[in-house]
Ligand binder design. Structure first.
Ligand SMILES: CC(C)(COP(=O)(O)OP(=O)(O)OC[C@H]1O[C@@H](n2cnc3c(N)ncnc32)[C@H](O)[C@@H]1OP(=O)(O)O)[C@@H](O)C(=O)NCCC(=O)NCCS
Length: 326
């Protein structure tokens, strides 16, 4: 490990985050380093009242378990940060907000902070660390690869204002349009199975899909109603009645609509068009706002269809994973 930044004052160099006093400086550093890279939802979070929220702004609002992290202090100020978060799975941790002030780069600071984060996870018995990095951020990817992280795949975030979405024809040419039905409540488990078959769990950020993600009990529906949330899903089925495709829209007041579209691998390329056509038609009846979809970037069928519907690419993130048990 090469660390060439001299510790000029006591307390300088690498140390754990002190939430009591470091947050304003960390926020300032992250704003400087990532300011332009924030998307619409992120910016809403940044405008929030809590400075802790700002530190985790690059994660879903669902992930509020900021536990620890490391900073690098030099010349009396914080010039580097790595945020470490727990996840709902006890041995799985997340790293975010890896940032070093431009003046202090290429001196081994990020490598030292990442090493400290991995040691902290090991000490707690953690076995996996996951992170996301912009796909063309080669310097950060080089850093992570040199530390043993491997790429799991890439997810592209697409978004569009609902008012600017273009309708998609449900079939190309004279293809038959399969029946698309609302997901019957009792088939929630099949919907989950299809979802995880179509998208590896670690590509869901920040948590893998919950097994009950498609289950809406009466109690959950009541909770959704009270908090202005709404979720709708549709399915297609094969000749034996098994689910072959799945599309959903999750909405919440004040947030973008979130769309997910999954096709069983043996049906790939055949159901994306009718399912997206259905979603776009439905979105035109929902409250105006933005719509967002995170989808694997190597799905060329979807990439073409999303462009056809007038979605724009926000960013493509590479998901990386470090296995500490190896
Ligand atoms: C990525 C970043 C955190 C690296 O910080 P750093 O302190 O300069 O990194 P280090 O000095 O510890 O470099 C460690 C390794 O990363 C790679 N690396 C870092 N910067 C690099 C660059 N500009 N070009 C190529 N490789 C680079 C190298 O492999 C380097 O090892 P080496 O110096 O032995 O060749 C820093 O450039 C940064 O803050 N960038 C903007 C924010 C960002 O992209 N964060 C990542 C978000 S996921």
């Amino acid at each position: 490990m090469v660390i060439t930044v001299p510790a000029t004052r006591p307390g300088e160099g690498l140390r754990p985050v002190d939430m009591g006093r470091d947050v304003p400086q960390i926020v300032e550093l992250l704003r400087m380093v990532f300011g332009d890279a924030l998307d619409i939802d992120d910016q809403q979070l940044l405008g929030g009242p809590s400075p802790v929220t700002e530190v985790i702004y690059r994660l879903s609002p669902a992930t509020t378990r900021l536990t620890n992290g490391f900073v690098w202090q030099a010349d009396g100020r914080i010039v580097g940060n790595v945020t470490l978060l727990t996840s709902k799975i006890w041995d799985r941790y997340l790293v975010a907000n890896v940032a070093v002030h431009p003046t202090y780069r290429r001196r081994g600071i990020a490598r030292a902070m990442m090493g400290a984060a991995a040691s902290a996870v090991r000490t707690r018995g953690g076995r996996v660390i996951l992170l996301q990095v912009v796909k063309d951020n080669t310097s950060a990817i080089d850093l992570y690869q040199s530390l043993g992280y491997v790429s799991l795949g890439h997810m592209t975030s697409w978004s569009a204002p609902v008012s600017r979405l273009r309708h998609v024809a449900p079939a190309a040419g004279d293809e038959r349009v399969p029946p698309i039905l609302a997901l019957p409540g009792h088939r929630w488990r099949e919907a989950y199975d299809l979802d995880v078959a179509a998208l590896p769990p670690d590509l869901n950020w920040p948590e893998p899909l919950r097994p009950d993600a498609y289950r809406r009990t009466l109690w959950q529906r009541f909770g959704d109603f009270m908090s202005g949330r709404q979720a709708e899903s549709w399915i297609t089925a094969d000749e034996r009645g098994r689910l072959s495709g799945l599309a959903s829209i999750a909405s919440q007041w004040g947030h973008s609509h979130h769309v997910a579209l999954r096709v069983r691998p043996d049906w790939a390329g055949r159901l994306e068009r009718p399912l997206l056509a259905k979603v776009v038609r439905r979105l035109h009846y929902l409250p105006r706002g933005n719509v967002r979809i995170d989808h694997p970037d190597d799905d060329e069928t979807m990439n073409q269809l999303l462009k056809e519907a007038n979605f724009n690419v926000q960013r493509t993130l590479t998901h990386m994973r470090l296995d500490l048990s190896r």
